[in-house]
Design a binder for this molecule. Structure first.
Ligand code: DON
Length: 429
């Protein structure tokens, strides 16, 4: 059988092919020569599978879609509170290139509009003559899974007409948000916007954000979970500028657009999406891109506010074995967040007080949230107070060293069958 996902994406693409609305961006002269007919979609799952169709090998400049990743890099290096001291997180309701500051704090309102993005660019560390833009290019290449390059022509073209961004730079220098030469910073920011990508690169990048900062293909944690969450939150509220409310209600996922015609979208925990079509609407967002995202959201049930219910079961199997059936095994499965942990504790509550050994097997738990760890071990303590001997089996090492600290006698890094063989041998029927 061939998966129908590419056929479905093709169907969406052909449906919006006739949409001729919008204009090419021309305030960056080089962008006005783009082919307006280009059209592509890519979808990357969080386990590293990618589907793409249309002009999916066409490179275009990343433009404002670089902003969330530059923000991620700044957060990674300075921490959330240090970055918040320089750039706010409030939606501005203004155009992307508004010359404005938050009236009270005299800071850029958020990192998705140009004033915030120029500031964020200044927070990317420069090391051993590696410029900020180059640092970001390397970071984006890692996220995309291939070596990306700059479009020097688009860069030069934007430099020639960068009066507005330079005004923003001087404004930021005047209030002390920028601490260095604003011309260098603005030029660096414009260079960052000229990194070339395809929809496949963008979907791969977006899927790392969808996966809480973990890159499935390499197994590498590229961003901490709290950084990915911060970036997505800001994309959700500010990513589509003065169309953010429209976007949130009609598409309902964190997103970011760029004036070369790309849009990325992230459905946390599920997929990274990217579309490309160069003609823009009055907000500077790809006109056909928006139509495609709306369609995908509707068909695929992506809207975050639909509130996907959590798994209906956390206990995959419960059985008793050994002498007098005194070993009770709970094989757990799925994700252990608040809802599932509450469900587990409610089930464990029915375990009558005894000297039984209770085994909680985490082998098939795919993700455990901090609240899940807390609730699990609180349950363990209460079972022990009832007289039980409790063992948590963590063969896959889903618990961190930190989470296992002081629990060496409870957490056993062993496979269930191996562990049962050992205890049943010691204490046969
Ligand atoms: O700073 C600029 O004006 C461009 N380099 C990027 C703007 C952009 O992509 C706005 N997004 N839709």
């Amino acid at each position: 059988m061939k998966t129908p996902v590419p056929d479905y994406l093709n169907h969406v693409l052909s449906q919006c092919n006739s949409n001729d609305q919008g204009q090419l961006a021309d305030y960056i002269p080089e962008l006005a020569s783009a082919d307006p007919n280009k059209l592509a979609i890519a979808l990357a799952t969080i386990d590293g599978t990618i589907y793409s169709i249309g002009d999916d090998d066409t490179e275009f400049t990343i433009q404002s879609m670089s902003k969330p990743f530059a923000y991620a890099l700044a957060l990674k290096h300075h921490g959330i509170s240090a970055v918040l001291a320089k750039v706010g997180v409030e939606p501005s309701g203004e155009a992307f290139n508004q010359i404005s500051l938050d009236a009270k704090h005299k800071l850029p309102k958020n990192p998705m509009i140009n004033s915030g993005a120029i500031t964020t660019h200044s927070l990317i560390p420069v090391k051993k003559k590696v410029s900020r833009a180059e640092h970001l290019r390397r970071f984006l290449s890692e996220l995309a899974g291939r070596e990306l390059s700059f479009d020097e022509q688009v860069y030069q073209s934007e430099l020639d007409t960068a009066f507005r961004n330079l005004s923003i730079g001087y404004m930021l220098r005047t209030v002390g948000v920028l601490e260095e030469d604003p011309i260098d910073i603005v030029h660096g920011y414009i260079h960052q916007c000229a990194i070339k990508v395809t929809v496949k690169d963008l979907a791969n990048m977006a899927s790392v954000l969808a996966n809480g900062g973990l890159q499935a293909k390499t197994g590498k944690r590229i961003l901490e979970r709290d950084v990915a969450r911060q970036v997505l939150s800001v994309m959700m509220t500010c990513g589509m500028y003065d169309a953010a409310g429209d976007w949130l209600t009609s598409v309902g996922i964190p997103a970011k657009s760029g004036v070369a015609g790309g849009i990325i979208g992230v459905l946390p925990g599920q997929v990274g999406l990217a579309v490309f079509s160069p003609k823009l609407d009055e907000h500077g967002n790809s006109a056909r891109g928006i139509e495609i995202m709306e369609q995908l959201s509707q068909d695929m049930g992506l809207h975050l506010m639909e509130g996907t219910p959590s798994a209906q079961t956390i206990v995959q199997n419960r059985y008793q074995i050994g002498k007098r059936n005194a070993i009770v095994v709970y094989e757990l499965r799925g994700v252990l967040q608040f809802t599932e942990s509450e469900m587990l504790l409610r089930i464990l509550q029915d375990e009558p007080a005894s000297k039984n050994t209770i085994i909680l097997d985490l082998t098939n738990i795919s993700l455990i949230h901090n609240v899940g760890v807390k609730m699990l071990f609180e349950g363990v303590n209460r079972l022990k107070e009832d007289g039980h001997n409790v063992v948590v089996l963590d063969a896959e090492g889903i618990l961190t060293e930190e989470q296992c600290k002081g629990r060496k006698r409870i957490v056993v890094k062993q496979d269930l069958q191996e562990y049962l063989k050992k205890v049943l041998k010691k204490d046969p029927k």
